[in-house]
Write a protein that binds this ligand. Structure first.
Ligand code: ZN
Length: 98
């Protein structure tokens, strides 16, 4: 996850909110479960999670993807101090078997 290039377009930003939103929703539903007991028990309120997932997916699909950066794009130019590519072994097949 952290090795992926971070895109800041609206679509990817909204998509990135999915995980935290689900966690917050589950936390609020458990809080209601603790506070109100039977009527707002988690068994009654769990569809809210599906609604939140659907709403965020809908918002992400509708958001513009202007300036979207694909995760496959390598960083522009190797920065100084980075590890250079390993020297080619004379016997590339040797020592690789694992
Ligand atoms: Zn993007």
């Amino acid at each position: 996850m952290s090795d992926r290039i971070r895109c800041t377009c609206r679509r990817c930003t909204i998509r990135g909110l999915m995980g935290p939103a689900i966690i917050i929703t589950v936390g609020v539903l458990f809080l209601f479960d603790q506070m109100r007991g039977a009527y707002l028990s988690f068994g009654n309120t769990y569809p809210v999670i599906l609604i939140v997932i659907g709403a965020i997916s809908l918002a992400a699909a509708a958001a513009p993807s202007d300036g979207h950066v694909s995760g496959q794009v390598p960083p522009a130019g190797a920065a100084p101090g980075t590890v250079p590519p390993a020297p080619q072994s004379q016997f590339p097949a040797q020592g690789q078997g694992q």
